[in-house]
Design a protein around this ligand. Structure first.
Ligand code: PMV
Length: 341
């Protein structure tokens, strides 16, 4: 038996990916940029084994048996890895051996907490290690599992370029800065609701591309400049500019989701109260100390620097007491490196 286990962390976008120009190859209509969290919390762990005793490819996700060959995305990731393994010659073991794959997330799946990003990044990386494939273009394969997964194969801040080629060969993710370059950057995850989201990102994006009159304006006229500006803010560690762009982009993503017909509503009242809290906190502090961003769900991700964590957490606990039903369930600090809270 041949076996490999890997872990891959979640990434949280500050410039959101929303909308595909090619659904099969998962090619986006705009660039996106995210920070990959550290591997000590919120990650996927995958073990893949190949054996001549296995009769079929089988996968378990969080203990539940799920389709593998019948799932076009996981099947495509495996096919691509095998293609590279065979092109490189002398694979580690016969490519026709069947696989058993076991994957677990240590956080809520499909609750808008980037579980598919960590999951597919981990699947692709584990398969690549199992088959002995070292390829610079692994992000291209992870992208075909779940778009945002391509950004989880590297640490620090990562930029996924939409690319222009119809075959997706230039739709790749690259590191902007390493985790140690902005080592006091932290993320707090506020789990407002950990149940599965109502509208999957695939369906939400498709409907948005089909019906929103604002989405193309965002993709063509807004995102390119934002990517340039936030890259500069990240490289110079300018938190004020970074925070403003991050919050504006989150708001704009939810605005185009609302412009979908029928509308996609991901944030709830508690999410909006958290955004309001952040603006009020910064206003009272007289400077920008914290930024929010929300993915396709009600949970908040707050970006802030280490020295402001204690103050923000204290404020949050006052504003959103844990024993208050319907409010924030818990606050979790995800260090990019260093200790957690
Ligand atoms: O990769 P997907 O299909 O799960 O889409 C992710 C979409 C957002 O999380 C809302 C934005 C992003 O860039 O991660």
């Amino acid at each position: 038996m041949f076996q490999q286990t890997c872990i891959a962390p979640v990434n949280i976008a500050v410039i959101k990916y929303w909308g595909k120009r090619d659904e099969e190859l998962i090619l986006p209509i705009n660039d996106s940029l995210s920070m990959t969290l550290s591997t000590d919390q919120m990650c996927a762990k995958t073990t893949a084994s190949a054996s001549s005793n296995f009769k079929e490819n089988v996968m378990w996700l969080n203990g539940e048996k799920v389709a593998f060959d019948e799932n076009p995305r996981s099947a495509r990731c495996l096919k691509e890895i095998k293609r590279i393994a065979s092109a490189k010659g002398q694979p580690k073991f016969p490519l026709n051996l069947k696989l058993h794959i076991c994957s677990e997330n240590n956080f809520p799946t499909a609750a808008g907490l980037a579980s598919s990003a960590a999951g597919y990044a981990c699947l692709v990386y584990t398969l690549a290690c199992l088959y002995g494939v070292e390829d610079e273009e692994l992000t291209q394969i992870a992208r075909q599992g779940s778009g945002s997964a391509c950004r989880s194969l590297d640490g620090g801040f990562v930029h996924w370029k939409k690319g222009d080629n119809p075959n997706g060969s230039d739709s790749l993710a690259h590191q902007v800065i390493s985790p140690s370059s902005w080592s006091n950057m932290r993320v707090l995850i506020l789990v407002v609701n950990d149940s599965k989201k109502k509208t999957s990102s695939t369906k939400g994006m498709r409907l948005c591309v089909e019906t929103s009159e604002l989405i193309n304006h965002r993709a063509e006229k807004i995102v390119p400049q934002r990517i340039e500006n936030i890259t500069k803010a990240i490289k110079t560690k300018n938190f004020t500019d970074f925070a403003e762009i991050t919050m504006k982009d989150s708001n704009q993503f939810h605005a185009i989701a609302l412009d979908t017909f029928p509308p996609c509503i991901y944030m709830n009242d508690v999410s909006h109260s958290i955004a309001e809290f952040v603006h009020r906190y910064n206003e009272l502090a007289g400077e920008t100390k914290v930024a929010y961003t929300f993915d396709a769900g009600p949970n908040a991700c707050l970006y802030l620097e280490e020295e402001n964590v204690a103050g923000v957490v204290a404020g949050l606990k006052l504003a959103f007491p844990n024993d208050n039903a319907g409010n924030v369930e818990y606050v979790k600090g995800i260090p990019i490196n260093g200790q957690s809270y």
